[in-house]
Write a protein that binds this ligand. Structure first.
Ligand code: B12
Length: 292
């Protein structure tokens, strides 16, 4: 495993500290930042898909393993390999490493892959020569992501509370926003409409679509809460837990006009959680043509 086989750039820790603070990390001298591309198109499949970043094996596992291997190869004694679950602002790291710039969709846009990349990093006590390039911003200001965001989360900056990706992980009471949901986990609209995301490229085979990233309500109910963790243990969305994904699937069924009021009654009684019951109440109101 050679560093040259990867898309990476190096940040001098002093440059990062000009923008963000870090506590008790005085030993870090360099951040080696990596981008890993993932799927760019959706399979034709019955049921509800996850966002594309979650099509394959959990990227937290895949990327961390790769980074650990690289760090071993480089012979680092003191280092940390991280992705997502990281104390660093990873997009800022990637920009400082010369890997891309931030687009109107709030994401790192790279010249080679567009925005469909995941970011990972190795922080090390070794001083590495820093990457000097700063790329021009490839975002062409077409505003397609801003205009097409189903919940208007990108207008005047990013409003995470309105972002469907955020909502799919949370138990928010903004039920009307959920009415726009199209995926079982996450959201891809702002990336799907981006003209810079029409590139062809290879990506790690671990990120290829596997059928567990497609949900059919009846099958999901059969898997059940007890078997959920084991069944989805190698998927990036396992941390959401059974009930939130079930809520998402019921929202999607309602959004597609596939739920009957009688069915909802049955599901609403499954769990005592107030957030679950209230959301089912909202769906019931929708089916009845009322407000709530
Ligand atoms: C929390 C989180 C979320 C939350 C909230 C995000 C938020 N911004 O508040 C939610 C659940 C909404 C979310 C959604 C998604 N996320 Co997320 N998320 C994170 C996480 C863990 C922290 C983000 C964060 O709070 N950063 C701190 C705040 C301050 O930064 P920010 O506002 O997000 O970004 C700004 C700074 O980076 C700054 N910045 C960037 N460059 C520079 C340069 C200079 C000089 C300065 C001063 C500032 C600056 O500008 C950015 C834009 O305003 C990161 C991983 C990480 N540890 O960084 C992943 C991460 C950002 N997410 C990622 C992904 C893939 C997604 C989704 C695409 C998943 C999906 N398909 O559903 C969506 C995209 C939504 C969107 N359009 O942004 C990737 C992004 C990869 C990329 N190409 O950019 C990351 C990096 C994870 C990873 N390891 O790859 N995410």
């Amino acid at each position: 495993m050679r560093l040259e086989d990867f898309d990476y750039g190096v940040v001098d820790i002093r440059d990062y500290l000009r923008h963000r603070t870090l506590r008790n990390k005085d030993w870090i001298k360099s951040i080696i930042v990596f981008v890993f591309p993932y799927a760019n198109d959706a399979p034709k499949a019955e049921g509800y898909l996850t966002a594309k970043y979650a099509y394959g094996r959990d990227y937290h596992i895949v990327i961390k393993n790769k980074l650990e291997e690289i760090a071993e190869t480089l012979g680092f004694e003191k280092y940390e390999a991280m992705t997502d679950i990281s104390y660093l602002d990873e997009k800022l790291c990637a920009v400082l490493a010369g890997l891309g710039r931030i687009g109107k969709n709030n994401l790192l846009l790279t010249p080679k892959y567009g925005s469909r990349v995941l970011i990972g990093e190795i922080v090390t006590s070794v001083v590495f020569p820093k990457t000097e390039s700063e790329l021009p911003n490839p975002c062409i200001d077409c505003f397609l992501c801003v205009k097409n965001c189903p919940t208007d989360a990108l207008r005047n900056g990013f409003n995470k509370k309105k972002c469907l990706s955020y909502l799919s992980q949370k138990t928010s009471a903004d039920y009307e926003l959920y009415d726009k949901m199209e995926l079982a986990v996450g959201c891809d609209v702002c990336q799907d409409v981006c003209p810079l995301n029409r590139k062809e490229y290879d990506y790690p085979e671990e990120f290829r679509f596997d059928p567990k990233s497609r949900f059919v309500l009846q099958d999901f109910l059969e898997i059940g809460e007890k078997n959920f963790r084991e069944h989805y243990q190698d998927k990036a969305f396992a941390f959401l837990g059974y009930r939130k994904i079930l809520r998402n699937l019921l929202v999607l069924e309602a959004n597609k006009g596939k739920l009957r009021p009688g069915e909802l009654e049955k599901y609403a009684g499954l769990y005592e959680d107030a957030w679950f019951k209230k959301h089912m109440g909202h769906l019931k109101g929708r089916l009845a043509g009322g407000k709530d």
